[in-house]
Design a binder for this molecule. Structure first.
Ligand code: PCA
Length: 190
């Protein structure tokens, strides 16, 4: 069973998104599993639609979605996604959200079933700064994670969202090593 790894296209006026730069440097195979990659648009709803279509096509055992969180000091696996959209900036399709549910009437939040603390320890063991994050924000990364976790049972694959910091804090090669460590640790608990 394969692994699906996603990053995001640039947003907010920057030319590169460190999440996609890192995803591209992850090996094509990890513990004998093929790694597939997908670059997603920074658009509420649309990113999740494309992810779901790819999950249905590939039927991966594990999905790791990555985005950038500028200003953070390390790699931050996310525990939770909330049913909320709010950000100071619009998405790349021009949609500005100020406190709306992602899914009206849906669950307030979902938590990943993957062992996030073990994953943080595995990244730190590589001498890469990491900590567990208890908020993925309320912009497109959270939106994607909420949809991925909501669909986990139906799609029979486990998901994790990982924020990488700006490249001045952790460069793309190191971020890729951290993502590979996430995958290896997650696969140990299948
Ligand atoms: N980071 C944004 C969206 C895309 C990305 O890379 C976020 O944290 O929501």
């Amino acid at each position: 069973m394969s692994i699906l790894l996603t990053g995001f296209e640039p947003f907010g006026g920057v030319e590169r998104n460190p999440s996609w730069e890192a995803v591209q440097l992850v090996p094509d195979q990890i513990v004998g599993r093929a790694v597939h990659r997908l670059c997603l648009p920074v658009e509420y709803g649309r990113a999740a639609e494309l992810l779901m279509a790819e999950i249905r096509r590939l039927r991966p055992a594990l999905v790791i979605c990555c985005g950038v969180a500028v200003g953070r000091e390390g790699v931050t696996p996310e525990l939770v996604a909330i049913n909320y959209r709010q950000a100071a900036i619009a998405d790349n399709a021009g949609l500005l959200c100020r406190g709306e549910p992602i899914c009206p009437g849906g669950e307030t939040a979902y938590m990943t079933r993957l062992p996030v603390n073990d994953i943080v320890d595995a990244i730190r063991a590589l001498d890469i700064p990491a900590r567990l994050s208890l908020s993925a924000g309320a912009y497109v990364c959270n939106d994607l994670y909420y949809h991925a976790l909501a669909a986990e049972r139906e799609l029979a694959c486990r998901s994790l969202f990982v924020h990488v910091p700006g490249e001045e804090a952790v460069d793309a090669a190191r971020a890729a090593q951290a993502i590979a460590a996430c995958i290896e640790t997650a696969l140990k608990t299948e």
